[in-house]
Design a binder for this molecule. Structure first.
Ligand code: NDP
Length: 453
């Protein structure tokens, strides 16, 4: 770390105590930016970094709700409106017991740069609650979503802030949230993305993050004149991103051999084919079951329960060429990264947000593998949300082919920009620097143009 980064990080840690994920996200970005700041003293003078790491607004609120037995519960709701320099705040809502201010600030911070990379006019935000939808009935989830929206509605709007889904917030939750917003405002607007197809949603939005992460991996491989066909892939998670990552890998002739949830992971050497994926989708999206059922159902597949006492995740310790971490932050630590490299993995495309620790990322960069950081590789989701916003504004719907082609072109452009920017700043092949610098420049220039606000 150079002196400027050290001083800045000391300040960030003092001002934002007990927010390790936020510190981690900021550190990764500012380390990349040293390369730019030396060439552009105007950004230092304009205190762009200091402004970009301070959310424009943080909203925290009480969410009281009643369960099916009549018992009362109180959760904490959040919306971080991080940066609106290039468009309305945009970013998902996460419902998970681990949610706290620091995690949402890291996600909102990452979102600012990711949204800038998509080429679409979207600022960055993130929100959610420490509510756990697991084990709750549909009516309980509905009551929670309604209580959450009873406060959030006054802070969002189609030209102000447009939330979407994330962990624990899928089609069911978006429906309940949107319904309550509409009732409170008496307006039918594109205030959320990830909506149902009959009420303003876009085709390909559910698929977009997973498809995009696979497209990004394909583009990275093209730089070495290779393709995904025939490659063995490790995928973590079994939610929205993981499911559509596997879907696209199957279409392209690659073989996904793992999936996971918080209880453990399955390994299926024969590969997850269409029939097995359909089982996972039904299990996770309709029956809301556990991934161990996969190994009960399909011969030859094994289930390994999660062991919190282990210092590594055995999912990352199998022979493969590619890895698509698609569950949650910091799921690949230094030991996991070493295991991946030892097992022959040379393509990592992050479907999840910040799934690799800084030490893990450094190992990938030193080994010069094809490493696509989340803010570039998983930008397909928010990009397609941007396409949903555009269709809502025009009151039209594009076809599946049209949206998929746009998604593919956006991912190709993001890859190209990251690749070119990394080269321009003297670190060819380093997509971390490429993504951080390219995203930063777009937002920083808009902030400079708009004066001190
Ligand atoms: P889902 O809720 O659909 O799925 C999350 C999956 O990850 C589940 O299998 C879940 O297991 C597992 N998981 C979540 N938290 C943990 C944890 N702490 N430990 C172990 N496993 C965990 O979420 P998404 O697929 O939408 O999101 C996955 C990742 O992708 C997140 O990092 C998200 O921020 C990122 N992302 C998502 C986008 C989207 O469009 N949905 C866009 C860009 C990034 P379990 O069910 O047992 O909790």
């Amino acid at each position: 770390m150079n002196d400027h980064v050290s001083a800045l990080m000391a300040d960030v840690k003092a001002k934002n105590p007990s927010e390790p994920e936020f510190h981690q996200a900021v550190q990764e970005v500012v380390e990349s930016l040293s390369l730019v700041l030396d060439q552009h003293p105007e950004y230092r003078k304009g205190k762009i970094i200091e402004r970009i790491i301070e959310p424009e607004r943080v909203i925290m609120f009480r969410v009281p709700w009643q369960d099916d037995q009549g018992e009362l519960h109180v959760n904490r709701g959040f919306r971080i409106q991080m940066n609106s320099a290039i468009g309305p705040y945009k970013g998902g809502l996460r419902f998970h017991p681990s949610v706290n201010l620091g995690i949402l600030k890291f996600l909102a911070f990452e979102q600012v740069f990711k949204n800038a990379l998509t080429t679409l006019p979207m600022g960055g935000g993130k929100g959610g609650a420490d509510f756990d939808p697991k084990g709750k009935s549909d009516s309980e989830v509905m009551r929670f979503c309604q209580a959450f929206m009873c406060e959030l509605f006054r802070h969002i709007g189609p030209d102000t802030d447009v939330p979407a889904g994330d962990i624990g917030v899928g089609a069911r939750e978006i429906g309940f949230l949107f319904g309550m917003y509409k009732r409170l405002k008496n307006e039918f607007t594109g205030v959320m993305t990830g909506k149902g197809l009959t009420w303003g949603g876009s085709v390909i939005r559910p698929e977009a993050t997973g498809y995009g992460a696979v497209y990004f991996a394909g583009e990275m491989l093209k730089t070495r004149k290779e393709e995904l066909k025939g490659k063995t892939c490790l995928v973590s998670g079994s939610g929205n991103v993981a499911q559509y990552t596997v879907d696209k890998l199957i279409s392209l002739g690659a073989k996904a051999v793992t999936l996971s949830d918080s209880t453990g992971y399955i390994y299926d050497e024969a590969g997850i084919n269409r029939e097995k994926l359909a089982f996972v989708m039904d299990l996770k999206n309709n029956r809301r079951g556990r991934i161990s059922e996969y190994a009960d159902k399909f011969k030859g597949a094994t289930f390994t329960p999660a062991d919190p006492a282990l210092d590594h995740n055995p999912l990352w310790d199998h022979k493969a060429e590619c890895a698509f971490p698609s569950a949650t932050q910091n799921e690949i630590n230094a030991k996991d990264a070493a295991n991946l490299l030892r097992n022959g993995v040379y393509v990592v495309s992050e479907g999840a947000n910040m799934p690799t620790t800084i030490d893990g990322v450094n190992q990938f960069l030193e080994a010069k593998i094809l490493f696509g950081p989340g803010k570039a590789a998983n930008a397909g989701g928010v990009a397609t949300s941007g396409l949903e916003m555009a269709q809502n504004s025009m009151r039209i719907s594009w076809t599946r082919e049209e949206v998929d082609t746009r998604l593919f072109n956006i991912m190709r452009t993001i890859h190209e920009v990251c690749h070119r920017t990394a080269e321009k700043y003297g670190t060819p092949g380093n997509y971390v620097n490429g993504a951080n610098i390219a995203g930063f420049l777009k937002v920083a220039n808009a902030m400079m143009d708009q004066g001190l606000v």
